[in-house]
Design a protein around this ligand. Structure first.
Ligand SMILES: [Zn+2]
Length: 120
């Protein structure tokens, strides 16, 4: 599998950041990770966060881009962002898969990870 593209200062992620009212946002669209309020280095340094977004990359690949966007939006409209089943799945992945993205370093304390990425 090709490594996903990381796009800094993304206008799409900026909109999500304003809507969610958070300091920083990573948002997957298709097979790209869009960042706002965080640099590529800050993102990659947080294995919980990377594991969370890699789960969204898999979801997009499994469902297809347009189909997944539609399902994700329907689910968000129905139950909200936090209870969205795709977010719940990504939070579990954030916890379980963080070790895969730690690059040989010890895992950071879960409370230091990006808000909502997994352990929270
Ligand atoms: Zn997510």
């Amino acid at each position: 599998m090709e490594a996903p593209r990381i796009i800094e200062n993304s206008p799409f992620a900026r909109i999500a950041r304003l809507v969610l009212r958070t300091r920083s946002v990573a948002m997957v669209l298709g097979q790209s990770i869009h960042l706002s309020g965080a640099t590529r280095e800050q993102f990659l340094r947080d294995p919980y966060w990377v594991a969370h977004e890699m789960c969204h990359i898999r979801q997009f690949r499994e469902h297809g881009t347009i189909s997944f966007l539609w399902k994700y939006l329907l689910e968000s409209a129905r139950v909200g962002y936090y209870h969205n089943r795709y977010e719940a799945e990504a939070r579990v992945a954030g916890r379980l898969d963080a070790g895969l993205y730690a690059n040989g370093r010890p895992l950071p304390a879960p409370e230091d990870c990006h808000q909502g990425a997994g352990p929270a």
